[in-house]
Structure formats: structure tokens, C-alpha cells
Design a protein. Structure first.
Length: 319
């Protein structure tokens, strides 16, 4: 049976979850270099992804498998340049399996490869995952001349994918549900600059500015004033640790930054008045003569002129 047919059978085994693993030694060394390591990008001939490894076992390598985690994709995968240390491929194709896809490199004319041989594949058509961060690929070699036999077992290698430039703002940390006017939030609001896939752009250092909107009707701006409402992002995140709002009401916040889509509204924050600070008196009559009666109303407010409920009694004295 030809190695090509065995390659097809191996692909079917992956699809249906059948194991072809053996107690094979891992590769001696393995590296992966993705020149275009941005999420969602596709390796081209000019930006081919390079997989390089050193064999641990001497044998006839008919097939190389590269297992990718879920999220990667392939568009007409093929070699972008001649491989070294092994023959040209008969075919390069992908096969989907649970947890990710596997790329198959079927050697056109297999020969015995000594242990300690360095093999380098330069591949195009690999579409990066859209989630930024470190991800792990695995590589193994197979002999298919007389059956499906694993030569060097699956060996892991890490690849770091980078976020794209930020296009939008998003709420990273919701604020505390209630707090006191004139005080910083117990849990500060944090807003993140993200790319179109929702990855934080850690290179973004622009300023993010908050605005307040009435929780009962978010088309109407809040009645208060925000202090310390503009913060420069650090590694893509703006945290409003020192932000103060001065109106006793329920509001939601949103963030804006130059060139980025504004953030969604935060969850509501209900601000309550601070402690008593001012007393305002009002009389029911503008002038009095001896013997007249009038009602005097005392209003107690905080530093920001918000009415304070349940205050102590107010005593009036004449002078």
C-alpha cells in the first residue's frame, strides 16, 4: 500500500479519533518561527511559517504531522520554499479533528533519515488563531511504507501570537454598584483597548475619557461632574482609580478615545450623598412684623450640594 493511501487513512483516523500513537521518543529539538505572528493573518510565500526539528530516531519518514490547537485554519496549505533535510512533498493538506486541525506533509519519495538530521519545513496557507497569547503546536513523524508507524512522537513547541492594533474600547472591570459622591470607587472602572477580535492591544497608550449617563435613561447625560475622568492607558488598559463623581444619582459610564469605537456602557453606579456640610434656610415669608408667624425650612446638603437625608435635628436661634 502506498504512503499516500496511508496518509489518507491516517487523516481518517484523526477525524474519527482513532489513535495511531506509539511509545515513540520525542524529537531531539523543535522550533517554530512565524514571521507574521499577528492574530488572524495568513502565512504567504513571503512570510512563510518555519517548522524546524531534529530527528531522534533513524527511519523512513513518509509523513510529518503538525498538530495545531483549535482556532487555526488553512487556506490552500503548501510549501512556500524547498524543505531541507527531507524530500519534496507529494501533498500538504489539513485534516480537522476534535480540539484542532492537523497539517500533513506527505513525502513524495521517502528515504531513510538518520537520527540527528535537521529537517526544516517552510509552509504557507496557515491562518493564525484569532486569540492572542502563547499557543502550542506539536510535531511527529511517521513511516507508512508497511503500515502506519509513529517514528518520533508528538513534541510540543510554543508560538506567541500578537494582537492587532486597537479598534475599540471595552469594559475590562465593572465599577462597584454603589458609592459616595466625592469618593473614589471601591472597585475602580477599567477600560481596555482591543482589536477586532477582542484581544487587548498592549501597545496602546492613548488617553481614555469617561462620560456619565443617567441609568434610568442612558440617552441623557448625567447631571454631575467627573473629576480625574481622563487616564492614559498602560499596556492597553485605563484604570480609573482616582475618578470622582459629585452628583447623588444612578449613572452608567462609557469610555472614549481618539480613533477608537466608544466602549459599551458600564453597569450602573448609585451614588449617595456624602456627610452634612452646608445648611440652607428658607422662610415662608420674605418679611415679618412683631407677632407674625413664619415657617423656616432648613436644608442640609453635602459638600457638593446634594441633599442629605436623615440628618440630625437643626436648632434655630435668634440674634
Amino acid at each position: 500500500m502506498s504512503h499516500k493511501i496511508w496518509g489518507v487513512l491516517a487523516a481518517l483516523a484523526l477525524v474519527f479519533g482513532l489513535s495511531t500513537m506509539a511509545n515513540a521518543a520525542p524529537l531531539t529539538s523543535l522550533s517554530a518561527v512565524f514571521p507574521d505572528s499577528t492574530v488572524g493573518d495568513t502565512a504567504t510565500v513571503a512570510t512563510a511559517d518555519t517548522i524546524s526539528f531534529t530527528t531522534a530516531t533513524a527511519d523512513t519518514i513518509c509523513q510529518i504531522r503538525i498538530a495545531f490547537p483549535d482556532g487555526f485554519d488553512f487556506v490552500d496549505p503548501d510549501t512556500a520554499a524547498a524543505s531541507t533535510g527531507i524530500g519534496a512533498p507529494d501533498t500538504v493538506y489539513a485534516c480537522q479533528s476534535s480540539g484542532g486541525d492537523t497539517l500533513f506533509y506527505d513525502v513524495a519519495s521517502p528515504v531513510n533519515i538518520p537520527a540527528g538530521t535537521t529537517i526544516t519545513l517552510r509552509l504557507k496557507g496557515i491562518v493564525n488563531d484569532t486569540t492572542a497569547g502563547e499557543t502550542t503546536l506539536q510535531v511527529a513523524t511517521y513511516d507508512t511504507t508497511g503500515g502506519l508507524k509513529q517514528i518520533d512522537g508528538f513534541t510540543p513547541v510554543d508560538v506567541t501570537l500578537l494582537a492587532r492594533s486597537a479598534v475599540k474600547l471595552a469594559i475590562k472591570q465593572q465599577p462597584s454598584a454603589s458609592d459616595t459622591v466625592g469618593s473614589t470607587l471601591t472597585t475602580p472602572l477599567a477600560i481596555e483597548a482591543q482589536d477586532q477580535y477582542g484581544n487587548v492591544d498592549s501597545t496602546f497608550t492613548g488617553s481614555v475619557t469617561l462620560s456619565a449617563w443617567l441609568a434610568a435613561n442612558t440617552s441623557i447625560a448625567g447631571n454631575g461632574t467627573i473629576t480625574n475622568g481622563t487616564v492614559a492607558a498602560v499596556k492597553g488598559k485605563a484604570t480609573f482609580t482616582d475618578m470622582i463623581y459629585d452628583k447623588a444619582e444612578s449613572v452608567k459610564f462609557k469610555g472614549s478615545a481618539s480613533g477608537l469605537t466608544v466602549s459599551p456602557l458600564s453597569e450602573a453606579v448609585t451614588y449617595i450623598a456624602a456627610g452634612p456640610h452646608y445648611i440652607s434656610l428658607a422662610s415662608s415669608k420674605s418679611s415679618l412684623v412683631v407677632g407674625d408667624n413664619a415657617t423656616i425650612t432648613a436644608t442640609v446638603t453635602d459638600l457638593y450640594r446634594n441633599a442629605v437625608a436623615d440628618s440630625d435635628s437643626v436648632a434655630l436661634t435668634s440674634q
